[in-house]
Design a protein around this ligand. Structure first.
Ligand SMILES: [Fe+2]
Length: 383
């Protein structure tokens, strides 16, 4: 929780603590030009670029080792507002700070409550209400999943910051969050800056992560139509991007002992905004061989327990071999995000509450912004 400092004057939302690799990237969107760094366990972690504290950004990122923050369970954000940045004698305000507690997923956790948000398309209040499901029932939310199309597009910093208002309000910077990019996130003038202002691994939007006993993989199908689609106006090269991601997946499958089969892993999750194991109608029926290969690598190598997706604005569960499995689905798939919006329409939102427990299985609840459960499914552990 926040200390005595007035962090809300500078912060556009509470921090969002994102798992990437074996680190947390503490993301803080700001309203004013600032310098920022984090402290935990007596060590300082700066938002810097080759020794220069960054201020020309709307979202700060402080990268801290997961092991350290998991142990300390507390961090402090420090900042200085920049009055005028100059080559010499830059003018800044006094240093301020705010402290936050952190509740990691335990290394031996055998139970987890998570909530998936996707396809919020810049909605803020409705997904916050929907994702309050566990808290409203006196249960603790352990992990928040932000699975793409959370901004309507990247045409403005306001759009990019909207998902942080959702994740910040829900987590208060106190629990881990995992991200995956959606196709709408590739659109708009700031889309090329996306990896700078969201969790990313050396600039890449696909990566693995580890949170206590949970291993995960954030995948990225990028756009949902071929690069030549006229609406992209010659601005995308997603086909080459997907080729590199296929190579990454093949490489990952060889590293089981350091990754998905590492000691202590009890649950293996795959996030991908687009449920790529399905068949899509034209012009969305792209990369069938690529996605068949992704399914094969996951099914034979990684053997995930559960895949989470959005994109279709529907809520359902499909199992391998079901009619919607067209490419060799690697595991049970939950597609769970449904926004309702439009001119003259009262916005509504449905997301997915998930309860995993070893020895039992996965309970899937689709819950809306009124708190109602609109659908449910149960996936037994032995599946
Ligand atoms: Fe989408």
């Amino acid at each position: 929780m926040a200390g005595a400092c007035h962090f809300s004057e500078v912060f556009a939302s509470w921090p969002t603590v994102c798992a990437v690799g074996r680190e947390y990237q503490i993301m803080v969107p700001v309203r004013a030009e600032t310098l920022m760094w984090a402290e935990t366990g007596g060590e300082l972690f700066y938002d810097e670029s080759n020794g220069i504290l960054r201020s020309a950004t709307g979202v700060h990122r402080m990268t801290v080792p997961a092991e350290l923050l998991d142990r300390e369970k507390r961090y402090t954000i420090h900042w200085r507002k920049v009055i005028e940045r100059l080559p010499y004698y830059t003018k800044t305000e006094d240093e301020e700070c705010a402290s936050f507690s952190f509740r990691p997923v335990a290394a031996d956790a055998s139970e987890l409550r998570l909530y998936q948000i996707a396809d919020t398309h810049s909605l803020i209040e409705q997904p916050i209400r929907a994702a309050s499901y566990w808290g409203d029932r006196g249960e603790t939310l352990d992990l928040l999943v932000m699975n793409g199309d959370t901004p309507e597009d990247c045409r403005s910093m306001e759009n990019i910051a909207a998902p942080y208002q959702v994740s910040g309000t829900l987590t208060k910077g106190e629990i881990p969050v995992v991200y995956a990019r959606g196709n709408h996130d590739l659109r708009g003038i700031l889309a090329e800056k996306y990896a700078e202002v969201t969790p990313s691994c050396n600039g890449l939007t696909y990566y693995s992560w580890r949170i206590g006993s949970v291993w995960g993989l954030s995948l990225d199908c990028a756009e949902d139509k071929w690069d030549q689609q006229i609406e992209y106006g010659n601005t995308v090269c997603c086909e080459a991007f997907r080729r590199r991601e296929t190579a990454f997946l093949r490489d990952l499958a060889e590293k089981g002992g350091e990754e998905f089969n590492a000691p202590g892993v009890k649950l293996k999750l795959v996030l991908c905004h687009i449920p790529f194991s399905e068949q899509f109608r034209p012009p969305f029926d792209i990369e069938e061989d690529t996605y068949r290969e992704w399914c094969r690598i996951l099914r034979t190598g990684v053997k995930p327990d559960l895949m989470l997706s959005g994109h279709n604005h529907k809520c359902y569960v499909t199992l391998p071999g079901d009619p919607m499995d067209h490419k060799g689905q690697p595991c049970p798939l939950v597609v769970g995000a449904k926004p309702v919006r439009g001119e003259g329409v009262e916005p509504h939102y449905t997301g997915t509450a998930i309860h995993w427990k070893t020895g039992r299985g996965v309970e899937v609840l689709f819950t809306d912004d009124s708190g109602a459960v609109t659908g449910k499914a149960f996936i037994p552990e032995q599946y």
